[in-house]
Design a protein around this ligand. Structure first.
Ligand code: ADP
Ligand code: ASP
Ligand code: MG
Length: 450
């Protein structure tokens, strides 16, 4: 059971979490195993830590220290969810974590440098303290629990700020350190998003990675279900921050959910589905404010959703790179050369379209863009266009119903489309357009299909 930032934001949210875990245990008494709980940092805390890292980079040590103090105070308030004497113990742990963090931030501010590895060490604090508070709050309400340092279980590679799990090693650690807790009927509570390299250096899975942590632990423990508790009713037909009143999608296939998450449905980290697919474990998205609602169920087969599309998603602020070469005409090996450049610069490509003499791709990570363009110029003309966006319309029905594509394009008439693509799976249609056209385009598509 993974609880996101808003689901642990304040003492009231933690009370709701306790109620949800309690009802789950009571409903599963016969199973004699307890759920594992994975929590994010309190809402907004990771963003604050990012801002503090920025201050350290600018050498603004005093301001960083003041921000840290405010963050600590917020945790002290949330810890009032714990009413017994264990509160003092937890607060001592929380204060110690913040003291260590303050030392680290001070050093970074003196150096005016925050490496990816230091950033991970900083950001991990949010999940370390929130998970300690939640573990104690559960115990405080007579739910046997044990705090487990996620860094002793989730083993990752050393790609700091976006590390990948070593599933074999993590599986072994989970059997060693988590399974016994579960077997004792205790709720193991871990911070999401964080892990450590084989050498024990703190790492993170990338922003929003707590969902992924939950799926990794769920897969390692052969869980019956992976539950993502958040602040919306489930996967919605569109991003509610862009389209007012989207509908709930009751059932989704793993493949549909992956596409939507990858192309911007923030409610799920894009990698969440991978471990679930590997073990065929259903994923449910549920609203921690309305736990009685059915939520969204994600399974291998998905749902018998009648006709139409399943949902639409958008990924904003991407960059289109156009690569043109007259030598490309009938030249074998051209695409290999082209994609090797992206591989060398560790930059993922999202959408690809080709014509006879040109290839267009989109990227969202532009940190190494200059190097990429330089290298492409060795054998082609290359130019880039920022402030673009991807809209992705997803649905298993796209395969069976060829009219859906036409309806989608018609809905977008008069909106300039830069690239259009539909891959062999025919589970999605992808449009690349100007970022400023996104709200209008999303509304048009949503009106047409939902
Ligand atoms: P948590 O802190 O629980 O992980 P997130 O903020 O990461 O929550 O994800 C939930 C948010 O995702 C929602 O509040 C909503 O604004 C956003 N979102 C974007 N697209 C969708 C979608 N298709 N369905 C549901 N939520 C979406
Ligand atoms: N706290 C982390 C973040 O804000 C991880 C997560 O919430 O999933 O990115
Ligand atoms: Mg999230």
């Amino acid at each position: 059971m993974k609880f996101g930032g808003t689901s642990v934001a304040d003492p009231e949210a933690i009370d709701r979490l306790i109620g949800i875990v309690r009802r789950h245990i009571e409903a599963n008494l016969k199973a004699a195993t307890a759920p594992v709980v994975v929590v994010s940092a309190l809402a907004g805390v990771t963003d604050s830590l990012v801002a503090i890292a920025q201050l350290a980079e600018e050498g603004a040590g005093d301001r960083a220290a003041a921000e840290l103090k405010a963050l600590l105070e917020r945790h002290v308030v949330v810890a009032t969810a714990i009413t017994t004497e264990s509160r003092a113990r937890v607060l001592a742990d929380v204060r110690q974590e913040f003291e260590e963090l303050a030392g680290l931030v001070h050093a970074l501010a003196v150096l005016r440098e925050v490496s990816p590895r230091s950033r991970d060490a900083m950001l991990a604090s949010g999940e370390l303290v929130s998970s300690r508070i939640v573990a104690a709050a559960l115990a405080d309400h007579s739910i046997p629990s044990a705090w487990v340092d996620a860094r002793t279980v989730l083993v990752t590679d050393a790609e700091h700020t976006g590390a990948a799990p070593d599933m074999d090693e993590t599986g072994e650690r989970a059997r060693e350190r988590l399974a016994p807790v579960v077997a004792q009927g205790k709720v193991a509570v871990l911070g999401g998003f964080i892990g450590a390299t084989a050498n024990g250096i703190t790492s993170t899975l990338g922003r929003g990675g707590s969902d992924y942590s939950a799926a990794i632990f769920g897969a390692c423990l052969d869980a019956d279900e992976i539950q993502i508790w958040t602040d919306v009713d489930g996967m919605l037909t569109a991003d509610p921050r862009i389209v007012p009143q989207p509908r709930l999608v009751r059932q989704l296939s793993f493949a549909e959910a992956s596409e939507l998450a990858y192309f911007g449905a923030k409610v799920l980290h894009p990698s969440t589905i991978l471990p679930a697919v590997a073990k065929n474990i259903p994923v449910r998205i549920l609203n921690s404010r309305r736990p009685e609602n059915p939520g969204t169920r994600i399974t291998a087969d998905g749902g018998p959703e009648a006709g139409g599309l399943t949902a639409i998603a958008c990924k904003r602020d991407v960059t289109v790179i156009d690569i043109t070469s007259t030598r490309m005409l009938m030249a074998h090996g051209f695409l290999r050369r082209l994609f090797e450049v992206f591989e060398r610069f560790k930059t993922a490509v999202d959408v690809v379209t080709t014509s006879e003499v040109s290839v267009s791709v989109t990227v969202d990570d532009t940190r190494r863009l200059d190097g990429i363009l330089d290298n492409l110029h060795n054998f082609a003309e290359a130019s880039c266009e920022p402030e673009m966006a991807i809209i992705c319309a997803v649905g298993e029905n796209l395969r069976a119903d060829p009219t859906l594509f036409g309806r989608a394009v018609t809905a977008l008439e008069r909106i300039p489309l830069r690239l259009v693509s539909q891959a062999a799976s025919r589970r999605n249609i992808t449009f690349v357009l100007r970022d400023s056209d996104v709200p209008h385009a999303m509304m048009r598509l949503h009106e047409t299909f939902f």
